[in-house]
Design a protein around this ligand. Structure first.
Ligand code: ZN
Length: 249
């Protein structure tokens, strides 16, 4: 596999995505793939979807992308409100026919992918769209981890939790930090590439990964989250969705 940049959980954050795409270009990485949650939470679902369609070789379905087309009972109130907003901006109509390509793109996303000898999904190898592999599962849920690892025979890349790091074969989660941002890929492991548009590990910088042969490196990029915050408030979305971008939580 040639060098591949992995982006995930963009969540309609155009400023974060722009900064990440610029950094990927500066790194000289040509191929990009997206592990889902293109939309939800943020203010710019249509521009972000169009940028993904243009720049990514392939994209996987996240739970928020799924939520555009299904009942939202299982989403928390903030996520639900933002998905209704996303639907309003994405749904094609007689007056807005040019949205159709982005709408159908999101509807038709696959749930998993195999490429270059690796596996890719949004959530977990067992339930690729919905299930979380939490960093605490390594010590709190050994049975669950055992079941997940029984399903994979090689590295599996995921997003969904917005916490970058790696569950190794011992199930222990090693979080990606500035000091520990490079990991060797050997045998079964679950690599979380973090979130571009709504980091939750306490670091507000946008996050993405670059896979090169048997190594993965987690990258962080600062971006002007104040612009995104202003757009969230102007769109009438919940202020908590703006506040968390500054905290990265
Ligand atoms: Zn997400």
């Amino acid at each position: 596999m040639s060098t591949l940049a992995l982006i995930s959980d963009l969540h309609s954050n155009a400023e974060a995505l722009e900064a990440v795409l610029r950094r990927i270009e500066a790194l000289g990485v040509r191929e990009i793939a997206c592990l889902g949650d293109v939309v939800g939470y943020g203010p710019d679902p249509l521009p972000v979807t169009r940028a993904v369609m243009q720049r990514c070789s392939w994209t996987i379905k996240g739970n928020h992308d799924w939520g555009l087309f299904h009942a939202l009972d299982d989403f928390n109130p903030l996520a639900r409100e933002a998905l209704l907003y996303s639907r309003r901006l994405l749904q094609p109509s007689f007056l807005r026919p040019r949205r159709r390509a982005a709408w159908e793109f999101l509807r038709g996303l696959p749930e998993r992918m195999e490429a270059g000898g690796y596996l890719f999904c949004h959530g977990s190898p067992r339930d690729p769209v919905m299930e979380y592999v939490l960093k605490s599962d390594g010590f709190l849920e050994p049975d669950k981890m055992q079941q997940l690892f029984a399903l994979i025979d090689r590295p599996c890349f995921v997003g969904h939790t917005h916490w970058p790091g790696v569950h190794g074969a011992d199930f222990r989660f090693v979080q990606a930090t500035d000091e520990q941002r490079e990991f060797r890929l050997e045998g079964p492991c679950i690599v979380n590439v973090g979130s571009v548009g709504q980091p939750r590990d306490g670091d507000p910088r946008a996050c993405f990964a670059v896979v090169d042969a048997d190594r993965v490196e987690i990258h962080r990029v600062s971006y002007d989250f104040r612009r995104t915050q202003a757009k969230i408030l102007a769109a009438g979305l919940h202020p908590a969705l703006a506040e968390r971008l500054a905290r990265g939580k």
